[in-house]
Design a protein around this ligand. Structure first.
Ligand SMILES: C[S@@+](CC[C@H](N)C(=O)[O-])C[C@H]1O[C@@H](n2cnc3c(N)ncnc32)[C@H](O)[C@@H]1O
Length: 263
């Protein structure tokens, strides 16, 4: 499994940014939830903080909560913090591997800020099709992910600085693969019926420092840099960014729904 994210740095950004969006998604999901939610799957659970937030807002509590994430460091953080909770199980697995082997049904399938990391449209389709087949009768899905156009200026800047730092001629950062309209169509084709959806665009941060932190903590820099290079790249990036402070424009989609009724 991979070690791409910086779990400590991510936790700092999560407190001020990602968790607020995650909690808003949970609040938006609650009115539609089946009752009770016996089983909850969090796809790309990261450090488990949001999985635990969801668990804490459900009464009665789910008896089975599964968090899946491919990043070794993120799953280690989840295990360290929530490993003693009897209902929770944390799996270090990519979603592609997970859907190839898991045959369970879930009352709730949740995912915050993950599905845009699937590398291809085909992979996204597979995850959505699997979701439609693995929701229980009244089961609900709730997804939030970045759309094409998300944070392009910040990603362009990060990509160009990585190229200079690594003296790499070609280095392309991963970008989201779908728009809001495409997402709706793909979900429908995959057997999912959207009940509530919104395209959310805007400036997610109140101060410039958060824009910089987004670049170093909300991107899996370990995919491009060795551990030894990480700290000096962050210093290098900061010097460049102080000359040209690039800001992140948030653009993501929220989708809540059930599986399509069989025709
Ligand atoms: C921005 S973090 C979000 C974490 C968590 N959902 C939250 O809201 O705090 C993205 C997470 O998705 C995970 N991820 C990305 N692609 C994945 C894949 N193909 N399979 C499993 N996990 C993946 C990363 O390892 C990372 O922990």
């Amino acid at each position: 499994m991979s070690l791409e994210w910086n779990p400590q740095g991510y936790a700092r950004l999560q407190r001020r940014y990602q968790r607020q969006y995650g909690l808003a998604l949970i609040d938006r999901t609650l009115p539609y939830r089946p009752s009770p939610v016996g089983t909850l799957l969090d796809m790309g659970c990261g450090n488990g903080v949001l999985t635990n937030d969801f668990f804490g807002r459900l009464l009665p509590r789910p008896h089975r909560v599964i968090g899946v994430d491919r990043d070794t460091g993120m799953i280690a953080a989840a295990r360290k913090r929530f490993g003693r909770r009897a209902a929770f199980t944390w799996h270090c697995r990519s979603l592609t591997d997970w859907i190839a082997q898991d045959r369970s049904l879930y009352d709730l399938i949740f995912s915050n800020a993950v599905l845009h990391w699937l590398d291809t449209l085909a992979a996204l389709r597979s995850v959505l099709q699997w979701t439609a087949l693995h929701l229980s009768r009244d089961g609900l899905f709730a997804f939030r992910y970045s759309l094409i156009g998300n944070a392009e200026a910040a990603r362009d800047f990060l990509e160009s600085q990585l190229r200079v730092f690594l003296r790499a001629r070609t280095l392309t950062l991963h970008r989201p693969v779908v728009s809001f309209a495409q997402s709706r169509a793909i979900m429908h084709d995959s057997g999912l019926d959207i009940t509530n959806a919104e395209e959310i665009t805007g400036n997610p941060f109140d101060d410039d420092e958060q824009h910089f932190q987004w670049m170093i903590y909300s991107q899996p820099l370990g995919r491009y840099l060795s551990k030894d290079q990480y700290a000096s790249f962050c210093a290098f990036l900061r010097a460049a960014w102080e000359k040209t402070p690039v800001r992140v424009a948030g653009h993501h989609g929220v989708f809540i729904g059930r599986r399509l009724a069989r025709r």
